[in-house]
Design a protein around this ligand. Structure first.
Ligand SMILES: Cc1cc2nc3c(=O)[nH]c(=O)nc-3n(C[C@H](O)[C@H](O)[C@H](O)COP(=O)(O)O)c2cc1C
Length: 179
């Protein structure tokens, strides 16, 4: 089973979740190709993999710019190669889990949903089964935004994701692999 993990983290929260996912997979005996997406990340061939985990922090309702750029490259490549087909026929045995970390200060989870749906669409277009979507709360790190972590729609989210959040991620990784 080949597993790919693509993630983007600007202020470190998604990085914590990503490391938890990787460590859990590792402890379960799986090898995972884990890529921290940056400005110049090349278009990795996601079709080489049976399982993909993909995650990002949410910024202005969407995944990070580097992630959007990578997804743009991949979408164009797979359209050109004829791998994105009308009707998006399912590819048996190809599965994706899409996740984000988000702060939700204004409208709660609603302002994170577009980011997850955005990332899921590439895999849906390619015929992957989107097995699950995970929304993990992450505090606002930049100093000028830090007050958002105390009084938003999600309540006091300082220090999130915390040990409890990361433990929940571990449990979800273990559970999803049995699907
Ligand atoms: C510039 C900026 C914009 C943000 N915009 C949103 C947003 O639109 N919706 C949301 O739920 N959270 C938003 N957040 C909160 C982040 O999604 C949250 O802190 C996340 O955990 C950041 O992930 P990272 O630490 O991996 O970069 C924003 C944070 C920053 C710094």
């Amino acid at each position: 089973m080949r597993i790919l993990h693509l993630y983007y983290s600007s202020t470190g929260n998604t990085q914590k979740v990503a490391e938890t996912i990787d460590n859990t997979l590792d402890n379960l005996g799986h090898r995972v190709d884990s890529i921290s997406v940056g400005k110049n990340t090349e278009a990795v061939d996601v079709l080489d993999y049976d399982w993909v985990f993909v995650g990002s922090g949410v910024y202005e309702w969407l995944p990070g710019k580097s992630m959007q750029d990578l997804f743009g490259k991949l979408r164009r490549k797979y359209v050109e190669d004829g791998e994105i087909k009308p009707g998006s026929p399912k590819r048996p045995d190809k599965k994706a889990v899409v996740y984000c970390t988000y702060g939700g200060v204004h409208t709660g989870i609603n302002e994170a949903v577009p980011a997850v749906k955005y990332m899921a669409q590439l895999f849906d277009h390619l015929g992957f089964l989107i097995l699950d979507e995970w929304y993990v709360v992450g505090e606002y790190v930049p100093e000028k935004m830090a007050p958002f972590s105390e009084k938003g729609r999600m309540g006091d989210i300082r220090g999130r994701p915390d040990a409890h959040d990361l433990n929940a991620v571990t449990e979800r990784v273990k559970a999803i692999l049995n699907v």
